[in-house]
Design a protein around this ligand. Sequence first.
Ligand SMILES: C[S@@+](CC[C@H](N)C(=O)[O-])C[C@H]1O[C@@H](n2cnc3c(N)ncnc32)[C@H](O)[C@@H]1O
Length: 212
Amino acid sequence: MKNVLSKTLEEYCSSLSTQSGDALNAIERYTYTQMLKPQMSTDSWQGSFLTMVSQIMSPKYILELGTFTGYSTLCLAKGLSSEGKLITLEVNAETLAKTKAQFQSIPEFNKIEFLNGAALELIPTLPNDIDLIYIDAKKDEYHDYYESLIPKLRAGGILIVDNILWYGKIVDSDKDKTTQLIHDFNVRVFNDSRVDNCILPIRDGLQFIRKH
Ligand SMILES: C[S@@+](CC[C@H](N)C(=O)[O-])C[C@H]1O[C@@H](n2cnc3c(N)ncnc32)[C@H](O)[C@@H]1O
């Protein structure tokens, strides 16, 4: 697999972007000592971007698909308005229970609702008028997440989707199934008159989407 940016450039960007605090460092330690696939977690560089977007928006309602160990959950929750809440969805009950336990001592804990279940089943049960959405769950469901969430996103709301350059494989002429799916997703977003978008080569690539 190719990296989107060289390791040297990634390290440069990461080292000169706002660093994680103690709580995020503790989640990172937990992820790398306890989880089988720790690389699934958002890192400090991408996390600093998510926090900044959230802080600029000061959202009342954030939705995240794919909690894992909660690194991106906390990055996003840091920008919530004083009365704001974040709902995060995770299909793996054991992962979610352990993550929730890790969060008990974090000040943002009371603003976060941890829901166990498959995203496509839970999304229809969620309230509308979401300010900020972060999608980081099952790649082959990206199209369905998008179609079910755009109506729930408020006008002017932001949707961020992770892994949309798929380790740089997105530009391969001979694409495997997942790569083709993600490419089709990027084309779908580009052609959607309901939104504006910008692809950002942060880590594995972020779709940054604004609903009109
Ligand atoms: C890449 S990880 C998320 C990483 C996390 N956002 C972070 O940055 O630390 C993807 C997570 O999505 C969860 N997941 C996979 N399919 C899902 C689904 N259909 N609904 C909800 N969560 C799902 C996986 O169990 C996994 O924990």
